[in-house]
Design a protein around this ligand. Structure first.
Ligand SMILES: [Zn+2]
Ligand SMILES: [Zn+2]
Ligand SMILES: [Zn+2]
Ligand SMILES: [Zn+2]
Ligand SMILES: [Zn+2]
Length: 343
């Protein structure tokens, strides 16, 4: 009995569920008019033109009957479309793209009202538009005339701009002359500044040097009075503003029986010195001298220079009125920096 009922149901034809005949949906038409067997409902609904399905582009569009989908797609805001500029957009963005960005969109020139692609409009206005107002090409020569591009040739044909150009040339000539004399003045200034600079360098160099003569009277008394190892001391002199030196002379030699002259450094820092001592003879060509470059160590110290001239006391010409003259040139070649110490 149950089997028989099932078989009857199985083969009984029913209306498609999308038939709206008895529904509350208020459709104008009656919906799907197909009658189908129960087992083919699913197959039918998959092709039924009255089945409501989502828009293939976006569920935001809502549901549409399968049979109406084609009409919707044509105006679907989410359908991807290709613009003339080759970029793709969904429908709702396309309008904004065309209105604001797309280089292919035709836009009206505000001056001549002709239409140009957005990408070409700027060049049209800057270079071609006959209605755009432009300045006379001689504006930099003081022609203040302005008119639209199409009228400019007429102005150029009827106004002689050569006068303006000549005026500018005259002005430039005067200007150039002024410039020339300015350059000359600047050159003179820089030359005199250079000379001042050179002199300053020379002064600085001079500060590193000291030249003088030490004149010792009554020499024979000194020879008697100062035994070997004893010395006379010269006044102190200053080089480079603060560096003090003096000279010692041992009339009978410091250790040997030779005239010994010493340079004494009176400050602590290390320094390199070039010195020249000369015992001056009445006949300059017979003067004896010693020249050396020497580095003083840190601390006050003395550097001896043995003027080697055996038995020089007996040689005539070095003493004039019993006076001995020692010439000297001292140059500080390098200072190694000041410092202070505490014991
Ligand atoms: Zn149907
Ligand atoms: Zn859609
Ligand atoms: Zn575009
Ligand atoms: Zn234009
Ligand atoms: Zn002009």
């Amino acid at each position: 009995m149950v089997e028989k009922i099932l078989i009857i149901l199985f083969f009984k034809k029913i209306y498609c569920p999308n038939s709206f005949i008895n529904s509350q949906r208020g459709a104008k038409d009656g919906g799907c008019e197909e009658t189908i067997t129960i087992d083919s409902i699913e197959t039918h609904l998959n092709i039924c033109l009255f089945t409501e399905i989502n828009c293939v582009n976006s569920s935001n569009c809502g549901k549409f009957r399968r049979g109406e989908m084609g009409t919707h797609i044509e105006q679907c805001q989410y359908e991807i479309k290709k613009c003339e500029c080759n970029h793709s957009f969904i429908g709702k963005d396309m309008e904004e793209h065309k209105a604001k960005i797309c280089p292919e969109t035709l836009i009206e020139c505000e001056y001549c009202n002709m239409k140009f692609k957005r990408i070409d409009l700027g060049d049209h206005i800057d270079e071609d538009c006959p209605k755009k107002e432009i300045s006379c090409p001689y504006s930099k020569y003081s022609c203040e005339f302005k008119t639209n591009r199409g009228e400019m040739q007429n102005h150029l044909d009827h106004y002689d701009h050569l006068v303006l150009v000549k005026n500018r040339c005259d002005y430039l000539e005067i200007f150039l002359k002024g410039l020339e004399s300015t350059i000359l003045t600047i050159n003179q200034h820089s030359e005199s500044n250079l000379n001042i600079f050179k002199n300053q360098i020379k002064d600085i160099n001079e500060q590193n040097k000291y030249s003088s003569k030490w004149i010792i009277h009554n020499w024979s008394d000194k020879v008697k009075k100062y035994q070997k190892g004893q010395c006379l001391t010269s006044p102190v002199f200053t080089i480079s503003q603060t560096k003090k030196f003096n000279i010692r002379v041992y009339p009978n030699g410091e250790k040997e029986n030779k005239l010994t002259i010493s340079l004494c450094k009176q400050f602590d820092s290390k320094c390199k010195v070039n010195y020249r001592f000369e015992v001056i003879n009445f006949d300059f060509s017979q003067s004896i001298f010693q020249e050396k470059t020497f580095t003083f160590a840190i601390g006050t110290n003395v550097y001896n220079s043995n003027i080697i001239y055996e038995d020089w006391n007996n040689t005539k010409g070095f003493l004039i009125d019993n006076t001995l003259t020692i010439g000297f040139n001292i140059k500080i070649e390098k200072l190694y920096g000041d410092y202070m110490t505490t014991a």
